[in-house]
Ligand binder design. Sequence first.
Ligand code: ATP
Length: 263
Amino acid sequence: MSRRLDGGEQGSGGAGLAGAGAGSGALLRLEELDVRHGLLQAVRNVSLEVAEGETLALVGANGAGKSTLLRAIAGAHRPAAGRIVFDGREITAMAAHRRVKTGIVLVPEGRRLFPNLTVEENLRVARASGRGGSWSLNEVFEAFPLIEPLRRKRAASLSGGEQQATAIGRALMTNPRLLLLDEVSLGLAPIAVEGVYRSLRRLIEGGTTIVLVEQDLARAMSVADRIACMLEGRIVLEGARGELTREQVTDAYFGLRRQEATA
Ligand code: ATP
């Protein structure tokens, strides 16, 4: 079931929401979340669920609030209102470093690697901050074969695609239960995007739960189980990949339906 939410008419909380995560089994549940940057309200009344094993693509124009929403889930911004529930436990006020231990990890826009450390050192450092689990250096190199030959190179000397692969690998070293990926393909050459997505597909097939922010709609729609489109801080369209057409998502992305409705 898909939902179109024009203007401010968003559903009220988890129960009754569309999507695979509806009901009690969601790994992540956002309830009527508001996030502000000072006076600016970047996220407005967002309710959303992500089921275990699901890939949700969050799309929307520049400034729609996608990064702010991811950062709030990761604990980098404290919401002004609403609740964040992870695996049945409220984490709205939990510190970011504790969320990593709980299994929530963000790969931020710009990747933020340690530039003077090697690829391998960047990966090893992450291990200490995460949960115990099965991801090891070898497994990361298997998932991202692109970076194995670069393991002794400094992060600063890598291309954009190599850095993105290292940043995702670093997140995996924390053994996440929920991987938040911001602007996966931004600034990458097409061939690098291809390489990163080839590895992402393998993670998705392996059952990793992912929330992915992606400017490239075609990419987002090719890997996600579900799409949520943000406009001016709100989720204005949400549905399973097969239920939404490219045109519906594009319209929501640019707010076209809203303009037609008010014309
Ligand atoms: P982009 O693709 O450009 O990153 P986005 O959908 O991720 O867009 P956000 O980066 O979350 O959107 O920005 C949402 C709104 O919040 C924008 O109006 C932006 O200017 C504002 N904003 C984001 N970060 C800050 C900040 N640190 N301080 C003040 N305003 C901010």
